[in-house]
Design a protein around this ligand. Sequence first.
Ligand code: SF4
Ligand code: SF4
Length: 380
Amino acid sequence: MARVKNWQLGREMSYWYPESRPQKQFAAVFDTNKCIACQTCTLACKTTWTSGKGQEYMLWNNVETKPYGSYPLAWDLNLLSLLDGQNWGEEDGKPVYKGSTIFESAPAGERVMAWRPDEEDYAYPNVGEDDCAGGIEHGASIEIPHQMAWFYYLARICNHCTYPACLASCPRGSIYKRPEDGIVLVDQGRCRGYQECVRGCPYKKVFFNPMTATSEKCIACYPKIEQGLSPQCFANCIGKIRMAGFINTPDKAQADNPIDYLVHIKKVALPLYPQFGLEPNVYYIPPIHVPTAFTKQMFGPGVDKAVEVYRNAPNDQDLTSLLGLFGSTEAIVRKWKRVGEKAIGMDENGKELVDVPFKEPVHIRPAYDKLHQITRTNCP
Ligand code: SF4
Ligand code: SF4
């Protein structure tokens, strides 16, 4: 095995191939605090890519309710129980993962510590939906943000990992990472359906198609990415929780790159189960109302700081302005800046794509419209 640098772990780790980073790495930030589990993203993906025979059960994008939801069933619990638990330490004031990744804990003769779901594990995509942790007393009233019991929605796609376990697991070399944007794809011509990738991906984001006898997965809508546009699940997101872009490593972080700013500079967006060791490239702003003992095992040790930064956003004009750019345009915002109380999103050449004011202007219409001679009932 090669030794590679995984900045999310704060250390080197073992991987099956030498470190080879793409020219650009596709990445995303999801704000869990804004997701309403409408599943529009799920359907946008489904109708675009997986409406064919053999794809019925596939959800390249899914949204599950935590703590009880999971698709396929118990995808994360199963792997967490195989690993040796969380073990984060600190060196020079920075978090370092002291436990073993799925590559480092692989049994002899295997490439990753892994398991493969049974067919019935895919039968309940909405299991646990809206089920909260803890009970609610009879007669209790809801306060926002609520303190009694909690749940939150976790939207998931392939993480287009820097060190993909699907790629490492494939005995045919059918999975590859595009050098131009880091998107991870299955070569349908080479794949022979051994399903080692289904077994190897800890996020269970590769699916076997029994009609074609090949594996299929999220392609990050690469034909759109190539045109500078966001994937379908981003462009259709009702809650505007998603921002697509490209991420640099922390040493090359650019403050005018929205993803770099949120992940490296503000540290408000965190990877999903970084301890697995894949350096996943979808980052989550953690839910601020959930006990951090739960969110730390999911997003790593940066949760406290991320929650603090997010809570302080109303006093942080730069962060406020960038959060306002989420879902503001289908184009990928490669650069951004704040001008007064306005956020400007730009393409890679600095050309303006969109501007979003901090506060939307409010227009109050007269109760009686003389021009159309109507009375509006929505007026006070
Ligand atoms: S479309 Fe957006 S808000 Fe709706 S479930 Fe998907 S991620 Fe959440
Ligand atoms: S999330 Fe799974 S399918 Fe996607 S690149 Fe990572 S290991 Fe591969």
